[in-house]
Design a protein around this ligand. Structure first.
Ligand SMILES: Cc1cc2nc3c(=O)[nH]c(=O)nc-3n(C[C@H](O)[C@H](O)[C@H](O)COP(=O)(O)OP(=O)(O)OC[C@H]3O[C@@H](n4cnc5c(N)ncnc54)[C@H](O)[C@@H]3O)c2cc1C
Length: 291
């Protein structure tokens, strides 16, 4: 399949990119192109102008300080997210999830900003970013704004990032001491598949009990689901197998999966119960129980 014709613009600053977006008709942003080019070829979308972000060096940086936490540029590739020492050490759940996205070839091109803006309910980095309470920075010719990542998803493939806006940064505070994590991506085969169900669990432990928890489900609703009732249930408790099982049941109750060719809604709901229990137990046991 041949790509349709388009004009490629390659600005070197965010400001320049914003001006092009403001002044062009039928324009789209391209980052790694792993999603966009496939959709252009399939004619699912069309564009007369593509604005590549590849030459904006500022958008490729990762910076971390103990005080302010991390800032990740949207053009940082999924491969870098999975292998960056600073992300692996401080936000291991994000690097684990990134390492499960696609294949090495895809991870080398795909970007974290593209994964967010594609807004698939199965996007691998989104659950961990919501669990880590990431904030995204968004720029346009009108100015800059920030939003908790949890609030930008409107439905499958839809975000509040407008056509003339660029996602320009992702920031996260440092996680609490003794936070254990788990990311489970359930697939029918073991590679090159989007999640049938994903569960992200973060559990902060103090004196052997759960001080706070964040549980996020992927691929079982139009957007990611943060399980607040499950999080509240876990808080203040020692996480035994029975508690993790009950928490898994709560997670199963709030998901809204669909039936399609890959699995029935009932099967997906049952998976959520089992995988949430497993993720919570894994997150808890990844932190020493003496802490
Ligand atoms: C074979 C294959 C396997 C895949 N497997 C997985 C998988 O296992 N898990 C998974 O989550 N995804 C998977 N994907 C989907 C895709 O690779 C990811 O979503 C990827 O992270 C998209 O990033 P990108 O840089 O390539 O985005 P692009 O294709 O460049 O862009 C995607 C969309 O986001 C917009 N966009 C990109 N960057 C910005 C920005 N900074 N600001 C505003 N809008 C922006 C674009 O306009 C476009 O609409 C797969 C894709 C393929 C082809």
């Amino acid at each position: 399949v041949i790509l349709p014709r388009f004009e490629l613009k390659q600005p070197t600053t965010v400001r320049e990119a914003c001006e092009i977006l403001k002044n062009s008709e039928n324009v789209k942003i391209i980052a790694g192109g792993t999603d966009l080019l496939v959709n252009l070829k399939k004619k699912v979308i069309n564009a007369d102008v593509l604005v590549s972000l590849a030459k904006i060096e500022k958008l490729k940086k990762v910076t971390f300080t103990q005080r302010n936490g991390i800032s990740i540029g949207p053009l940082v590739t999924i491969d870098e997210v999975s292998s960056s020492p600073v992300i692996t050490k401080n936000y291991p759940v994000l690097s684990i999830a990134a390492g499960k996205l696609g294949s090495p070839q895809i991870r080398n091109r795909a970007t974290i900003g593209g994964n967010i803006c594609t807004a698939r309910p199965a996007g691998d980095t989104i659950g961990p970013l919501i669990a880590c309470e990431a904030v995204v920075e968004i720029s346009s010719a009108k100015g800059d704004r920030k939003a908790p990542i949890e609030t930008i998803f409107k439905g499958p493939g839809q975000t509040t990032v407008a056509k003339d806006e660029i996602l320009t940064g992702i920031s996260m505070k440092k996680l609490a001491e003794n936070t254990g994590c788990s990311y489970i991506k359930y697939m029918i085969r073991n590679a090159m598949e989007i999640a049938l169900v994903s569960v992200t669990a973060l559990v902060a432990i103090e004196n052997g009990t759960c001080r706070s928890a964040r549980i996020v489900l992927g691929a079982v609703g139009p957007t990611f689901i943060r399980c607040k009732a499950t999080e509240e249930f876990l808080t203040g408790k020692k996480i035994t197998a029975a508690i993790a099982e009950k928490a898994g049941q709560y997670a199963g109750e709030i998901c809204t999966p669909i039936t399609d060719t890959r699995a029935s809604a009932d099967y997906r709901r049952r998976l959520v119960e089992i995988l949430a229990k497993r993720a919570i137990s894994e997150a808890y046991s990844s932190v020493s129980i003496t802490k």
